[in-house]
Structures are given as structure tokens and as C-alpha cells.
Ligand binder design. Structure first.
Ligand code: AMP
Length: 490
């Protein structure tokens, strides 16, 4: 684990990242040396709300203490002016959570804060550690008492057992012991530390806000703050931000990168750049490619909002078939809604999506969506669109069939629940009752993002897991059984 150059933000970069050309679901943000650090972090999280709506939290350092505030729900529901005023200091990190490991309950909300012999530490983590359960069992056997059921807490316990005068050295040692996906931010009395696993599964970028270093999962957070994006935190890089400068450290290299291409397919915001590529551009490309791979005679292309929007636009442009916004999404759905006793057909989907009859009636429709997971949403949408008068409904999906569960941080159900895990294309088509169904090929998908295909993780389509789980191919739920206590949330 070599230490490299120390540099000012405005000076030479510790290593030339691909950012210059330029995002589990969890969003993280942090800033060092800014007087209103918590407020800026709040805004950064606000921009990254799409990465997790279950809970959010911020922890700040005021030179003497860590101050933390966490809650269930969306960022704007949790924080108000009084709560932000209770987070003083010029160093802060924050998190929006979408649980993939650990139950959806307040004690799993991040940041996780602990007291150690190195002083107080707070952590936010995007990704999943596949080695977390084994490590946790060992630590518990040795007497550790965990506060959460989240895999992220493992980092802190391991750090507490490897104290070091320089806190970054403790983290470097721990990162050499864990396996899996992590983009993380650690707040301590000695600075803010950012780290990305050697495979680079999850995104993490470094920016500059008025000369101060800041970090975000996605560039849309920097856009809101008018921060200047500098570069990606490299895979296997650990960055210590202290005052207005940064120091860069390297973890031992691994043979390949494994960037999650599903960030481009579904997860990231289209106005972000992820892994050096514009998400909007890559989705337009996926739609265009799909139009060439699986053309269909139709009157209208209709996106399934919001994740299907850019793919549908690309499909429409490439095929010459006009696009209409024939499905409308209700953006104001809270965490829960009260379902009436009287049964309403397709209620779960209807409350989110509604067809525009005037546009759809009598038309042959191509519905474009980013993915089919269980197949239940597509089935309901197809029947809603038929009830709205469509004469034909064709489904086009801008990614290959999801056959395997993600163990690196995207929330996918157990393998048995994935419709493509044990059904052929024609069976899926019949289940969702579409007139035709086609998916984008893996080759086609990887042709829409830059870099060599083998630098991406494609495990959800191929079952080739770059870092094996504790028992290769286990699902999130099998890896993290504790999560099931409070039920599954999506
Ligand atoms: P399903 O009914 O299970 O097939 O769900 C398909 C829908 O879920 C698609 O519209 C996708 O945009 C969306 N989707 C895909 N992956 C995820 C995920 N990890 N979390 C939430 N929604 C997702």
C-alpha cells in the first residue's frame, strides 16, 4: 500500500484519472474544509436522492466532536434548518440509503458513528462487502458488539482492532482484508478519507468547491453545488482530504476492473457522468442499438418512465417511429400509501403509472423499459396499456435478461424470483402478455459505454462474479440473512 504524492487540489493530480473526459443503491457525499459543510452535504444528498429513499444521514466534525443526524425517509423529510444548525464544522459526510444488506430500520441508517482509541469515526458506504458475514462472525466470537445488521459496520470494527496513529493507515490495513464492493467516506479528527475498492464496482468522484475537496457518488451532486468535477477516485485509491489538500494512497492492484454497468442501465441519474461516460448518452445508445437489433413495425414508441425515457428516445430516433409520453409517472408517492379495502386491479403499478388514453388508443405501441426483474411490473403495464386501447404492445428492454442476483450492492431479489433465471424468452413474453419481447444483447449494451467490455461487472446477466461471495453465487438475501428480519423493501 504505497503512499503517493501529496498535492493541493489545484496542483498536479496524484494520478491521472479518466474523469478529465467526463456514479445498492446508496448515494454518498462529503466535503472537507467548507464552513457550512453539513448544509452543502445536505444539498449533495438531495441531488442523490434517487440512489436511496429509505433513510439518510449526515455527520459533521467541528474540530472537537462528531455531530450526527439520521432519520428514515427522504433527505428533505429528515433535515430542517434546526437540524442542520446542530451539525457544525467544516468537514461532513452524508448518505442516502437503499438497503441491500441489513434491514430497513433506523439503526441501519448511515452514517454509522463509533468511538475508538483513534477518536470518533463515522462512515458512509455504497456497495456490499461479500466477506462481511464471515468477518462479523469472527469479530462477534472475539467479543465485538455490533450496533447494526449492515455490512458497512464491519469496516469500523476492523479499524478499531487495528488502531494506528495515522487513521488512514488503519483504514488501509482494513481494506487489505475485506472483499467486495465499496465506495466509502470516513470522517475522523484527522481528515476526511475517501476509498474505492480495487475493482471499482461503485462510482466515486472527486470535485473542487471553491478550492475545497468534495466527493460524490454522481456528478449531479456537484452540478447542484456548482462544484468542479476533477476526476474519478481511482479503483483501489484511498484519498485523505485534510484542509485544502489531498494525499493519495494505493491498495494492492487486482487483475481487472469490474465497474457496475447497471449504473448506466438503471441506477444513475441521466444528467450524471458515471465511470467517465454520460448516462444520458449511454442510454440513448442502448435504445438506438436495440432498435437495430430488434426492430418492430409500430405507430408509437412509449417510454416506461423514468428509467426508460432515454432508451425510448434512442429507439425512436434510430427507428424513425415517433415517441409519445403515453405513460405518466406520479412523482409524489411517499414511502407508504394506504390501500383501500376494496380491491383495485394492478394497484401497486397504477398508483405510480397511468396511461394517456388519447395518445395510446388504437395504436401499435413499443414500450421501452430498462430491465425486467420479476416480470410483474411489465405484465401490469402491458395490460394497462391494452385497456387504454392499444392495438398491439411490444416490449423492448435496454439490457439483457436479468438471470442472476447482484451481490455487490444493487437490490435484486433472490435468483428464484428473477423471471429470466428459469424462463425462456417466449415464456416471459407469454407471462407479460406482450405481442413481442426483445432484450438488448450484452455485446450491444457494452458497446454503449466506453472502455473494454471486460472492465465492467456483468454478473447479473452472465453469473460471472468478479469477486466470489461466501459461497459463490449467493444472493443478497442469502449473504445477509439478518436483513430479512424486517422484511424486504423495494
Ligand atoms: P419487475 O416487476 O420486478 O420486473 O420490475 C421491473 C421494473 O423495476 C423496471 O421498470 C425497472 O426499471 C425497475 N428496476 C430494475 N432494477 C431495480 C432495482 N434494483 N430496484 C428497483 N427497481 C428496479
Amino acid at each position: 500500500m504505497a503512499r503517493s504524492t501529496t498535492c493541493e487540489l489545484s496542483g498536479p493530480k496524484p494520478s491521472p484519472g479518466p474523469w478529465a473526459n467526463l456514479s445498492e443503491m446508496c448515494g454518498i457525499f462529503g466535503i472537507e474544509g467548507a464552513p457550512d459543510a453539513a448544509n452543502l452535504t445536505y444539498l449533495g444528498l438531495y441531488a442523490e436522492q434517487h440512489r436511496g429513499q429509505e433513510s439518510a444521514g449526515i455527520v459533521s466534525w467541528d474540530g472537537g466532536h462528531l455531530h450526527a443526524e439520521r432519520g428514515m425517509g427522504k433527505v428533505a423529510e429528515i433535515f430542517d434548518a434546526d437540524k442542520l444548525a446542530g451539525l457544525p464544522g467544516d468537514r461532513a459526510i452524508g448518505h442516502t440509503r437503499y438497503s441491500t444488506a441489513g434491514s430497513s430500520v433506523i439503526f441501519n441508517a448511515q452514517p454509522i458513528v463509533v468511538m475508538t482509541s483513534m477518536g470518533p469515526l463515522g462512515i458512509v458506504h455504497n456497495g456490499n462487502l461479500v466477506s462481511a458475514m464471515a468477518t462479523r462472525r469472527e469479530l462477534e466470537a472475539a467479543g465485538s458488539i455490533f450496533q447494526t445488521t449492515s455490512d458497512s459496520e464491519v469496516f469500523l470494527h476492523l479499524m478499531a482492532t487495528h488502531p494506528h496513529e495515522e487513521i488512514v493507515e488503519s483504514l488501509l490495513q482494513v481494506l487489505g482484508e475485506v472483499r467486495g464492493a465499496y465506495s466509502l467516506l470516513l470522517i475522523s479528527r484527522q481528515g476526511l478519507i475517501a476509498a474505492r475498492d480495487p475493482y471499482g464496482f461503485r462510482p466515486l468522484i472527486l470535485g473542487d468547491l471553491d478550492g475545497q475537496p468534495c466527493f460524490a457518488s454522481e456528478s449531479c451532486a456537484f452540478d447542484l453545488l456548482e462544484a468542479r468535477p476533477l476526476r474519478e477516485v481511482d479503483r483501489g485509491e484511498v484519498v485523505l482530504a485534510r484542509g485544502d489538500g489531498i494525499e493519495s494512497y494505493r491498495l494492492p492492484p487486482v487483475s481487472r476492473a469490474a465497474r457496475c454497468v447497471f449504473e448506466h442501465v438503471y441506477f444513475a441519474r441521466p444528467d450524471s457522468e458515471v465511470f467517465s461516460d454520460s448516462v444520458a448518452q449511454s442510454r440513448l445508445g442502448m435504445g438506438a442499438r436495440l432498435a437495430r437489433e430488434a426492430p418492430v413495425e409500430a405507430d408509437l414508441v412509449v417510454p416506461v418512465p423514468d428509467s426508460g425515457l432515454y432508451g425510448a428516445l434512442g429507439f425512436s430516433r434510430a427507428s424513425g417511429t415517433p415517441l409519445e409520453l403515453g405513460l405518466i409517472r406520479n412523482h409524489y408517492i411517499g414511502r407508504t400509501f394506504i390501500e383501500p379495502q376494496q380491491s383495485i386491479r394492478h394497484f401497486g403499478v397504477k398508483v405510480k403509472l397511468n396511461p394517456v388514453r388519447e395518445l395510446i388508443a388504437g395504436k401499435r405501441i413499443v414500450l421501452v423499459d430498462d430491465s425486467i426483474v420479476r416480470g410483474t411490473t411489465s405484465r401490469k403495464i402491458v395490460s394497462m396499456v391494452r385497456e387504454a386501447g392499444a392495438s398491439e404492445v411490444h416490449i423492448r428492454i435496454t439490457s439483457p435478461p436479468t438471470e442472476f442476483s447482484c451481490i455487490y450492492g444493487i437490490d435484486t431479489p433472490t435468483r428464484g424470483e428473477l423471471i429470466a433465471s428459469d424462463h425462456a424468452l417466449e415464456e416471459i413474453r407469454r407471462f407479460i402478455r406482450a405481442d413481442s419481447l426483445a432484450y438488448l444483447s450484452l455485446e450491444g449494451l457494452l458497446g454503449c459505454v466506453s472502455g473494454r467490455p471486460e472492465t465492467y461487472c456483468t454478473a447479473c446477466w452472465t453469473g460471472e462474479y468478479p469477486v466470489p461471495g461466501e459461497g459463490h453465487g449467493e444472493t443478497q438475501a442469502e449473504l445477509f440473512p439478518l436483513r430479512l428480519e424486517a422484511g424486504r423493501q423495494r
